[in-house]
Design a protein around this ligand. Sequence first.
Ligand code: IMP
Length: 505
Amino acid sequence: MAEIIDENSRTFGEFLLLPDLTTKNHTLDKVSLEIPLVKHERGNPPPLKLRIPFVSAIMQSVSDHNLAIALAKEGGLSFIFHSQPIERQVEMIKKVKKHKAGFVVSDSNISPDGTLKDVLQIVASTNHSTVAVTVEGQPNGELVGLLTDKDYRDGVDNPDTRVSELMTPISSLKYAYEGIDLENANEILWQEKLDCLPIIDKQHHLTHLVFRKDYEDARTNQSQLVDNQKRLLVGAGINTRDYRERVPELVAAGADILCIDSSDGYSEWQADTIKFVKEEYNGQVLVGAGNVVASNGFLYLVEHGADFVKVGIGPGSICITREQKGIGRGQASALVEISRTRDKYYQEKNVYIPICSDGGIFNDYQSVVALAVGADFLMMGRYFARFNESPGNRVSIGGTLYKEYWAEGTNKASNWQRYELGGESKLQFEEGVEGYVPFAGKLSDGIKGTIARIKSTFCNCGCLSIEELHRKARLVTVSSLSIRESGAHDVILNENVANNTRRRL
Ligand code: IMP
């Protein structure tokens, strides 16, 4: 007879946090969201910490080098997706490690033969108004000019006008040579009243752009996640198929931590992959594993050497695994069980194993619920896919801006390694969907709002750290009627009145 676990599998939206005494000491500036990223012994500092409890999903539509740079600047970490050739993933890792605060590799580039129409397309897709003009339109090509939105009038100038006729040519541009530091580059920006300073090498190839608006950011951002050489931290997704070839390349490129990406991580393939990473590098390379939804899977991965364990089968916004295969568990229930096991393990062995809750966060307060039920940090896809820095295209639908967001288990992503169970080397059936998410602007702006809301909930709960929330949080389950009570109800909202009035006009 099968074992029936008599449990209502619960998700985040079924819980509310009960406030605790908020003292005068509970202010947002005192809340710390720092949290260990990897396992550590009691009393010893963890080798890696996050400054905010967020990592970005190992997905094509989420974690490339641009998002990784933006997130590490805010104190979180990206795991660059592995569903791409090894050399391309390596390239992305290198771009993050080489990133110099304030020095940007131009992502909007065109050749002088391009037209204004081409420029408008580039600007619409990157949302950046400064376009570098290089001989062949390459980001590191020979610089011949610069074009900004001050050089043309959209809707007035002929879209077929050549870039060479509109741009400011290099002969009239201020630029600086590679090797200049940020302080001096900024001095030129101020002295010359410029918005952007191109940096070139001896052969006149463009290396970076320095923007006036980025300077203050770079100077004041104390929360960046950096290594001991002040380079931004970055993680890399790996799979249980080609790890023997992929891992050495990623480690050589400077990846700070690896994470095995699989929809079901309770497998001997994961054990083999962890064993390889640990033996090959004498335990020096860090690797997370998952995903699991119960204590048996958690302990299996821990015993084989995982540095953190990822929890979640089926909660993702684009995920249809539960519908397709009937496996999974409500995300909150999975976290409750596994965090109890993690705490027991800590009591008995004096080793703390961080838990990453992967997927299913729909709003900011649910992040606090996930942390309260035991997660140490959260992996999110939908949340990050909405920002300017994610890889998906920005599209306008009915006048509203969206970003593309597609799952790893779609034919589009074709990440069969994430779903394979020793079968053919291809995706047998889809476990995810393709869609859109509302465009949310710059990551740094969005994340600041999220962090402020989270810290505010921490204060309501009388907590100043995630560790304290783990110990003190009290949660209640909600009925469907109390969920209705949680939103605005029984009033006519202003926006409806406005819409009706507009319709009548
Ligand atoms: P979200 O934050 O709710 O959008 O969930 C993101 C998570 O969904 C990722 O970190 C993955 O664990 C998971 N995921 C990505 N692609 C798929 C898929 O095709 N099927 C099931 N889960 C997926």
